[in-house]
Design a protein around this ligand. Structure first.
Ligand code: DX5
Ligand code: ZN
Length: 227
């Protein structure tokens, strides 16, 4: 049985993205936001699916020793099937693969067999129809609100139309699926994303770029909850 996030499905969750943290002291960065973290977002990039490189299973294993939070690994890689086992072994709780890489049925089955919580991500220009067939098979849909690869990019507002379509389909089907947004989430955009139907908010620079990351994460939750 896959480990579930502490918050119930559909509840508002803040997911700090360690991509914007100080990689020389990840333990301190993770501890600093612990009290306001519902799940920790871990961005994995392969320099092929996206034009950037970040981290792999060995870093996940290291930070697993200093955090009991739900680890939400976002795999921006061309061949996630090669690495799902290593991430599960390293202590990932959930892995999200991109629908654009294809092979979706097999990847979901592989992640299930590894007892991972399963997410399916889509880029800003990938239509709702690409994720619609998989809604009953996954635990989370991640609608990217920037093109993946880098922190600190501007939020793409038009993605909210797709978020609303995913929310409508999830609610209509009575599905236990979280809807996550990732990219450019801050005090301005978080309430709009929640109004559109998102319930998991990933934030990198808005949290780790703030003078007090803990206060920023708490404020983000507060403004999103009050929308
Ligand atoms: C982008 C990553 C994001 C990134 C978000 O490719 O998937 O998780 O860290 O960073 P911000 O919140 O700064 O846009
Ligand atoms: Zn991400």
């Amino acid at each position: 049985m896959a480990r579930q996030p502490d918050a119930p499905v559909g509840a508002l969750q803040i997911a700090p993205s360690i991509l914007s943290a100080d990689f020389s002291d990840l333990a301190s960065a993770i501890h600093a936001v612990d009290a306001a973290t519902d799940r920790l977002h871990i961005d994995v990039m392969d320099g092929h699916f996206v034009p950037n490189l970040t981290l792999g299973p060995s870093v996940v294993a290291s930070i697993r020793r200093c955090s009991a939070k739900f680890f939400d690994c976002h795999l921006m890689v061309t061949d996630p099937g090669e690495y799902l086992g290593a991430f599960a072994e390293a202590g990932a709780d959930g892995c999200t693969v991109h629908v654009e890489v294809g092979n979706t049925a097999a990847l979901i089955a592989q992640a299930r067999a590894l007892e991972l919580n399963v997410g399916l991500a889509c880029n800003p220009d990938t239509p709702f129809e690409a994720v619609a067939p998989w809604l009953e098979k996954v635990d989370l849909v991640l609608c990217m609100t920037v093109f993946p690869g880098f922190a600190g990019q501007a939020f793409i507002e038009s993605v909210l139309d797709k978020v609303a379509l995913v929310r409508a389909a999830v609610d209509r089907g009575g599905l236990a699926v979280d809807i996550e947004v990732d990219g450019g989430i801050d005090h301005e955009t978080a309430p709009r994303a929640v109004a559109a139907g998102a319930n998991v908010l990933v934030a990198g620079s808005a949290i780790f770029g703030a003078p007090s990351p803990l206060a920023a994460a708490r404020d983000l939750h507060a403004v999103a909850a009050a929308r």
